[in-house]
Design a protein around this ligand. Structure first.
Ligand SMILES: Nc1nc2c(ncn2[C@@H]2O[C@H](COP(=O)(O)OP(=O)(O)O)[C@@H](O)[C@H]2O)c(=O)[nH]1
Ligand SMILES: [Mg+2]
Length: 447
């Protein structure tokens, strides 16, 4: 899937006629996603949405249609794999007990070790519990992993798994574990899910885990949809861990299937080593799918355009006479985010507004802007909306609150006063205003 989609993007970017290129790209994408075992219905819906948006949406000024199209594809693919959701992985309470469930061979034991290392590296005291009494060597496998990960360990090679799980959790909690991970056997094969679910329910009933994490092998493909749904019905699955995304299946099928159930994929495993686990972020996954090279540059450019629009909006507010310190704050904050002001200003095509003001701002320097931002953060909304009320005693309070001096506060207030005078002058100058008015309308049409 990876290579195929990348190639399709490359073809698209070098292609001729836009509409034809879109059609061709959508066809390539469909083929690749189907090859990666993504559900037919999902693929169909996705390509329809992409086509529709590509032909309907006008890119913002200074963005090419092709770049905009790549962004649409990126958005929609990210949606397919879970959208903007960034999973929360830090336990909200301690101790935190995670129960790992899943079919045999899916990678539970390996993942238990990976999670142990993951949490240990985040500074938690971790404990691992082995309940696999069926497979010889299972206990030793997890014990070795625990040692490597620097985690405590509890396990017995015979007895009732639910009882072992319960005792293990109690023992490790008593020894100070903040995150306890319980590995289960899941000895049941495909098609024996009922028995597996029953055993899981029994263990969960004893242990009362804070979170159940379902481990799914990427090679499972679309079948993951049914499995995840079933598990979800039995016990609220808090998160999904997809293993073996380094294999031929790449996880496309599983990840899209799981996203479709509404469950959150929290982690993906991409190798046999303990470190080969990462938090799953749909957007990052898709970025990799599309080949970062093209995409990063395009997204950077789009981000700059978006930020330029924010600045323009602040400029509009000023012209419309809504000037107060809240607007100044927003403007400086945006400008600050975008890096050196002079460069930023050059990037903004529509910003012919009040060149004096912008030049003035460009001369400010970043350190001073940071100081002013801190000052405005220490002011009340009332003061921001109506800076005239800021008297001597307020100046003193604001300086102390923001860790600056009263001179700094006065300087900002002066800057504001000058800005206000300038805007007043601008508004009196009808010709300029008319020109600006025209430009603002043009901008609105484009947006
Ligand atoms: N390539 C690769 N292999 C994995 C990954 N996770 C687990 N495995 C392998 O999958 C096999 C089964 O793993 P195991 O943890 O014993 O599965 P369990 O039966 O669910 O406990 C082992 O050979 C692991 O090394 C992964 O992310 N990538
Ligand atoms: Mg195992």
């Amino acid at each position: 899937m990876l290579e195929g989609i990348r190639a399709a993007i490359a073809r698209f970017l070098s292609g001729g006629h836009y509409e034809r290129a879109v059609d061709e790209f959508v066809r390539d994408l469909q083929r690749e996603l189907l090859k990666a075992d993504v559900n037919v219905k999902l693929v169909f819906q996705l390509s329809q949405r992409i086509r529709e948006r590509a032909l309907r949406e006008e890119p913002p000024a200074s963005v090419s249609r092709r770049d905009w199209f790549v962004k649409i594809v990126y958005d929609e693919l990210s949606q397919l794999f879970g959208g903007d959701r960034e999973p929360s992985v830090d336990p909200p309470r301690r101790p935190w007990v995670i129960l790992l469930v899943g079919v045999q061979g899916s990678g539970k034991t390996t993942s238990a070790g990976k999670l142990a290392l993951f949490y240990a590296r985040r500074g938690y005291k971790v404990g691992l519990v082995s309940t696999d009494t069926y497979r010889p060597g299972a206990l030793q496998q997890l014990k070795t992993l625990a040692e490597k990960a620097g985690a405590m360990f509890y396990g017995l090679d015979s007895g009732d798994p639910a009882t072992i799980a319960y005792e293990g959790v109690e023992v490790l909690k008593a020894r100070g574990a903040e995150v306890v991970i319980v590995d289960t056997a899941g000895r049941h094969g495909y098609g024996e899910e009922e028995a597996l679910l029953e055993e899981m329910r029994r263990i969960a009933g004893r242990v009362k885990p804070d979170e159940v994490v379902l481990v799914i092998d990427a090679a499972m493909g679309q079948k993951a949809y049914d499995l995840a749904s079933k598990f979800h019905k039995y016990a609220p699955v808090g998160g999904i861990l997809v293993t073996k995304t380094d294999g031929t299946a790449r996880g496309g099928g599983v990840l899209s299937a799981v996203a479709a159930t509404g469950a959150v994929v929290k982690f993906i495993g991409y190798g046999e080593k303990l470190e080969e686990l990462e938090i799953f972020k749909p957007r990052r996954f898709v970025a990799r799918l599309l080949g970062l090279g093209d995409l990063e540059g395009i997204l950077e450019r789009l981000k700059a355009v978006e930020e330029a629009r924010e600045l323009e909006k602040a400029a509009e507010d000023i012209v419309r006479g809504k000037l107060n310190l809240r607007i100044v704050y927003r403007q400086l904050k945006t400008a600050r985010k975008m890096g050196p002001l002079t460069r930023v200003l050059q990037m903004i095509p529509g910003l012919t507004l009040a060149p004096e003001v912008m030049k003035d701002a460009a001369r400010l320097g970043e350190e001073k802007i940071d100081r002013w931002l801190a000052i405005m953060e220490s002011m009340t909304y009332e003061e921001l909306d109506n800076p005239d009320i800021v008297d001597k005693s307020r100046i003193k309070r604001i300086a102390i609150g923001s860790g600056t001096t009263t001179e700094d506060v006065r300087e900002l207030l002066n800057y504001y006063k000058n800005l206000k005078n300038l805007v007043r002058k601008l508004r009196r100058d009808r010709r300029l205003l008319k020109k600006l008015g025209l430009e603002l309308e043009e901008l609105e049409e484009q947006g």
